[in-house]
Write a protein that binds this ligand. Structure first.
Ligand SMILES: *Cc1c(COP(=O)(O)O)cnc(C)c1O
Length: 438
C-alpha cells in the first residue's frame, strides 16, 4: 500500500464539525490537527469492535488462548512492542506499551534522576509542555530541591523562536558537571522544532549526564534511532501522530545498556516475569528491559486501538516513506503560506507590530526541513488576530489548533493528509485574512 492512506481513516465532515462556510457539507474537513489528536483509523475501529466481541463472548477467558482472534489479553502488548521498536529504532526489549505519558515520565525520572549535592540540575527547553514543566519541578521538590535552582531552562536568543544547537551544546558543556538529567522534547510542541537528538544525547553523556527524551510530538512524525543514538530513556503518548485515540495507552523506552539492578523502580505485577506472574510469588522478579517498568495490566480497548493504528503505519512502510512524504507536504504548505500577502518574515515581527494594523502572520517553525517535523506554527501579529483567524479557518473546515495567545499549528500528517489539504488550508487562510483586512 502506498501513502496517503486517507481512505483508511474516518475524518469528520464539514457538517459534523459545523464548518458552515464550506460549500460542500458532506465532504471530510481539512484535518491538519493530527499533531494534537490523530483521526480514527478504520483498523482501530475494527480491532476495538473485535475486543468488545471477545469480552462479550469469552469473558475472563479472553485473557488466554481462547481469544477468538488469537490475541489473548495477557500478552496483548506483544503485538505492539515490535511495531513500537520499529518506530523508535530500538530493540523490542527496550520498549513497553504502558500507562500514560506524564505518568511514564515520572517513572523514568524516579529511576534516572538521582540528584547529588554536586550534580542535581535538570536541563530542559524553556516553555516545555506544561505537564513536563510540572513533572520536572515536582521531581525536584520530591528530592528536597528548589525547582528555581534545580530546573535549568534554555531559551531562544532574543528575537528568535527556535533554540540553536550550538547554544544547547554550549550550555551542556558549561553547566554539565552540575546537571544530572538533560531532557528535551524531540519535537517542540509549540514551535515544531525538531531537536538534534543524537548530538544533544552525545554531548550530555560526555558530561556524565543522563539524557532522556519526551517524544510526544516526534513519534510517528520523524524517523528515530533511539538505540543507536544511545538515548538513555524516552516516553511518548500515542494519540497524536500515532492516532490511537484520546488518552490512549502510551510508550516507554529504556536503553538495554541499563541493567535492572541499576534501576530501582516502583514495581507492579505486570512488570513481573510472565512465567511466574500468575503463581503470584511474594517477591518481585522483573522482566529484563523496559517491560519490567509495567505496573498494571494494560487497557485492552486502548491497546487494540493503538495496534490497529500501528498496523496502518506498518502498511505504509513506517517512517522512511512517511518522512519523505511529510517533507513534501510540509514544504508545500510552507511555500503556499509564504506566498500569502499577509506573510511576513520572523525578522520583521517587532517592526510590524509597532507600525501596522493590517493582519499579518509569520512562521516560527525552523525553515530548515531537517529541523522540523510535519508541523508549521503560524504566529499571528495583532491583538486577537489569531483567535479570529482560527474561528474563520474552522468555519471553512480547516482544523488546526490554537495555542494562546497567538499561534495556530497546522500539521499535514503524511499518513492521511494530501497536497489538496495544504492547498485548502492556504487558500482559506487567505480568504479569512482578506475578510479581516477589509
Ligand atoms: C501531549 C503532550 C503531553 C501530554 O501528556 P499526557 O500525560 O499524555 O496527558 C505531555 N508532554 C508533551 C511534550 C506533550 O506534547
Amino acid at each position: 500500500m502506498s501513502v496517503p492512506l486517507s481512505d483508511e481513516f474516518t475524518i469528520p465532515t464539514h457538517r459534523q464539525i459545523g464548518a458552515t462556510a464550506h460549500p460542500e457539507q458532506d465532504v471530510h474537513c481539512t484535518y491538519l490537527c493530527g499533531n494534537s489528536l490523530g483521526p480514527l483509523s478504520k483498523r482501530s475501529n475494527l480491532l476495538i469492535q473485535q475486543e468488545l466481541e471477545a469480552w462479550g463472548t469469552r469473558g475472563v477467558n479472553g485473557h488466554f488462548n481462547t481469544h477468538p482472534y488469537g490475541r489473548g489479553w495477557v500478552d496483548f502488548c506483544d503485538h505492539i512492542t515490535p511495531l513500537f521498536a520499529e518506530l523508535v529504532g530500538s530493540k523490542e526489549k527496550e520498549v513497553a506499551c504502558m500507562g500514560t505519558l506524564t505518568a511514564n515520565l515520572h517513572l523514568m525520572m524516579d529511576s534516572f534522576y538521582k540528584p547529588t549535592s554536586a550534580r542535581f540540575k535538570i536541563l530542559c527547553e524553556a516553555k516545555a509542555f506544561p505537564s513536563d514543566q510540572y513533572a520536572f519541578a515536582s521531581q525536584a521538590l520530591a528530592h528536597g530541591l528548589d525547582p528555581a535552582n534545580a530546573v535549568l531552562e534554555i531559551s531562544p536568543r532574543p528575537g528568535e523562536y527556535a533554540l540553536r544547537e550550538e547554544d544547547i551544546l554550549d550550555t551542556i558543556s558549561r553547566e554539565g558537571s552540575s546537571i544530572a538529567l538533560v531532557i528535551f522534547s524531540g519535537v517542540q510542541y509549540y514551535t515544531g522544532q525538531l531537536f538534534p537528538i543524537q548530538s544533544i544525547t552525545r554531548a550530555a553523556q560526555a558530561q556524565g549526564c543522563i539524557c532522556g527524551w519526551d517524544l510526544a510530538h516526534a513519534v510517528g512524525n520523524v524517523p528515530l534511532s533511539l538505540h543507536d543514538w544511545n538515548v538513555d530513556f524516552a516516553v511518548w503518548c500515542t494519540y497524536k501522530y500515532l492516532n490511537a485515540g484520546p488518552g490512549s495507552i502510551a510508550g516507554l523506552y529504556v536503553h538495554e545498556k541499563w541493567k535492572d539492578t541499576e534501576l530501582p523502580k516502583f514495581a507492579g505485577w505486570w512488570g513481573h516475569d510472565p512465567v511466574t506472574r500468575f503463581a503470584m510469588p511474594p517477591k518481585f522478579s522483573p522482566i529484563d528491559g523496559a517491560q519490567g517498568f509495567q505496573q498494571s495490566n494494560p487497557s485492552i480497548l486502548a491497546s487494540a486501538s493503538l495496534l490497529g493504528s500501528l498496523q496502518v503505519f506498518k502498511e505504509a512502510g513506517m517512517m522512511g516513506p512517511l518522512r519523505e512524504r511529510s517533507l513534501l507536504l510540509t514544504n508545500t504548505l510552507e511555500t503556499l503560506l509564504q506566498q500569502s500577502q499577509y506573510f511576513i518574515p520572523t525578522t520583521d515581527v517587532d517592526k510590524w507590530s509597532q507600525q501596522s494594523s493590517r493582519p499579518a502572520f509569520t512562521i516560527i517553525t525552523p525553515s530548515d526541513p531537517a529541523s522540523r517535523g510535519a508541523q508549521l506554527s503560524l504566529l499571528f501579529i495583532g491583538d486577537g488576530l489569531m483567535q479570529r483567524a482560527h474561528d474563520g479557518l474552522t468555519s471553512f473546515g480547516v482544523i488546526g489548533d490554537e495555542r494562546k495567545p497567538d499561534v495556530i499549528r497546522l500539521a499535514p500528517a503524511p499518513l492521511f493528509n494530501t497536497l489538496q489539504d495544504c492547498e485548502q488550508a492556504a487558500m482559506f487562510l487567505e480568504r479569512v485574512l482578506d475578510g479581516l483586512a477589509s
